[in-house]
Ligand binder design. Sequence first.
Ligand code: SF4
Length: 235
Amino acid sequence: MESLEAELDRARDLSVPDLADAIESIGFECTRCGACCKGATTKEGDEEPHTATVFPDEVRHIQSKTGYDYRDVARPMPYGLTEGENGPEGETFEWALQTDACGDCTFYTEDDDGRGACTVHEDRPLICETYPFSVALGGTSQPMGEAVDEAGMVRAHECEGLGRDIDREHAEELAAALKERAVRELEEAIGVRDNYEPTETGPGEIVVHDSEGAKREDGTPLKRASRGDDAPDNR
Ligand code: SF4
């Protein structure tokens, strides 16, 4: 398997015109159905809240635009957490966009005709800007399951807008954002790997390890004295 550094080099070498060609050949136009912003129902009939990865600096950017608290923008990615007596607990390695009571993204809204909209559209994370596409590189995220179509280095994931005509300008914008996302995802993955220190969590406690280190659920750094250190635990 390629190292994350090798995948990062490949991501930095991606050709935006080639990615745009691939996006044009697959085709895409957003129908504003909202499917990529809402919770989903699994094949087993379970309700699954929306999960979209957001980078820590993207959370802060949305905070600066909305005035929201960190926890109102993002939550610990639930994957890897276990269900304890006091709710989910353990360590996780990503942030997800916060969800509302229905399990939809907290920034999702619908007009009277049921057409979806994003209340932070201009400031939305790269994962949203580039949905339903991903690039075929290890260490990058493949949202919403398996690819349903692919061309060159571009994969397309489940979306009713696929196959529609896209103009060159939009395809190039999407391609540039897709390349940026692939680079950022790999930089983030390398940062998480390099900064990770196993952390014991107490009942009901969640620690998020991102590229900036270990954090509490509110995004603040978790600093704990090492064993044998005289410094107090300043959690
Ligand atoms: S931030 Fe906007 S585009 Fe992204 S999932 Fe939420 S509503 Fe959808």
